[in-house]
Design a protein around this ligand. Structure first.
Ligand SMILES: [Zn+2]
Length: 423
């Protein structure tokens, strides 16, 4: 049993994450009397109320069975309430494994979870595809081939639907559930006032908040920050996140919650001020930055999502899809523009050679524009695509966030398939 609280205290107080904080061991650790965590993707947090267990989150379809086994190794008390902090695949996909082990289980979730599952069914292949790309830069073709269903069709739907707030009573425990939009529009966070235990779901993930995902639907940074402040105002003594380490100590928890909230509030304020001043997206994206010392904090590192993507998400929340450049309102096809520029430059090779130079100088932003133009100008040219692949591999290596790494690795794979087609 890992001493997760000692680890998180050391990491937060030193400000240095010198060992992994997002661990997927599928092992259970007891944190307090009647409270345990199974570290997984996502975690499952268990509250033993004597008459039954309350489980926050079911983990992913691939990890659900291991999580259920870990719970069974801790106690024979059955799970009577499975609470979804939200309907993402890594929080609900393991629910069929819970159902197989526990037959009298209430599933508690926000009203919008049902709608989310309908959307996943409607756009299943799209979701499998984008998740394969998002995680593919790090873990290979995650989700492709093996899992044709984005979430299992047997995923349990909520039987107890929560709107703004509600309580669940099991034995002598009353658990408050509160809805707020943040990473999703169906998020709940939990609070047990008698114990001062806080269940944050993905409002706290030990990474920069996932409020900007480039391939997914709208996120809500303003409401996210407000929810974090509402949590801090209750004075929690123990914080149980759905990813990353649990945190103990009232002052420490408050500091973490407020710092995450402040980072989001800063981004929103900067972007909205510039929008009100009439700036275009290009100016905003290249002007608004979160200070490095903030991004260095162990629970704000841009290893999953990153601030630049959050800036775009804020633009999308308050603006339209148009970025403010008139030529991009009704643009020429990428291929037509690329062919024209390649012709002017003296060939696609000239573009890709310059792209390679820029990449070697570390200017990956500019290098990738030229590499894309070259690739679009000659879509089947093995030499050009071999260079484009090298440039995107180099860029992937230079990025910190999983989301950027995944998309750039996807671009490299696309060109590698053209440069050296498999028989
Ligand atoms: Zn999650």
């Amino acid at each position: 049993m890992a001493d997760l609280l000692a680890l998180s205290t050391r990491v937060i107080d030193s400000g240095v994450a010198d060992e992994p904080v997002n661990r997927i061991t599928n092992e259970l650790s007891e944190l307090d009397d009647g409270l345990a965590i199974v570290e997984s993707f996502s975690h499952s947090i268990l509250v033993d109320a004597g008459e039954g267990l309350v489980a926050f989150d079911a983990s992913h379809a691939r990890t659900g069975a291991d999580v259920v086994a870990a719970i069974g190794g801790w106690t024979s008390t059955p799970v009577t309430h499975l609470v979804y902090t939200h309907g993402h695949a890594d929080h609900v996909g393991g629910s069929p494994d819970f159902a197989a082990a526990y037959d009298r289980m209430e599933v508690v979730g926000h009203r919008n979870v049902d709608e989310r599952f309908d959307r996943y069914a409607y756009t299943n292949d799209w979701n499998v595809r984008i998740n394969a790309r998002q995680f593919g830069g790090v873990r290979g073709d995650f989700g492709m081939g093996e899992t044709p269903e984005f979430i299992p069709s047997t995923t349990l739907r909520p039987s107890h639907v929560v709107d703004d707030h509600d309580t669940v009573t099991v034995g002598d425990h009353t658990i408050e559930l509160h809805h707020a939009r943040g990473e999703t529009d169906d998020h709940l966070w939990g609070w047990i006032p008698e114990r001062k235990w806080l269940f944050t779901g993905d409002f706290v993930i030990w990474n920069f908040p996932n409020a900007g995902n480039p391939q997914k639907v709208q996120r809500y940074p303003i409401e996210w920050a407000a929810a974090l402040r509402a949590m801090a105002a209750r004075g929690p003594e123990l914080l149980l996140p759905a990813h990353g380490l649990p945190i103990e100590g009232r002052e420490r928890i408050s500091r973490v919650l407020v710092e995450i909230a402040s980072a989001l509030e800063y981004l929103v304020e900067e972007v909205v001020d510039m929008m009100n001043a009439g700036e275009v997206l290009d100016t905003i994206v290249h002007s608004v930055h979160v200070p490095d010392d903030v991004l260095a904090k162990p629970y704000l590192r841009p290893l999953y999502d990153e601030p630049e993507f959050v800036v775009r998400n804020i633009w999308r929340q308050f603006g339209g899809w148009w970025d403010g450049a008139p030529s991009r309102l009704k643009p020429a096809p990428d291929r037509a523009l690329a062919a024209e520029l390649a012709e002017l430059a003296g060939g696609a090779n000239v573009l890709v050679d310059r792209a390679m130079q820029l990449s070697e100088l570390g200017d990956f932003r500019l290098a990738c524009h030229l590499a894309d133009l070259a690739g679009w100008a000659v879509p089947t040219d093995a030499g050009v695509h071999a260079s484009r692949a090298v440039i995107y591999r180099a860029r992937r290596a230079a990025e910190t966030s999983l989301m950027a790494k995944g998309i750039f690795a996807g671009a490299a794979r696309e060109s590698e398939a053209i440069a050296a087609p498999q028989p």
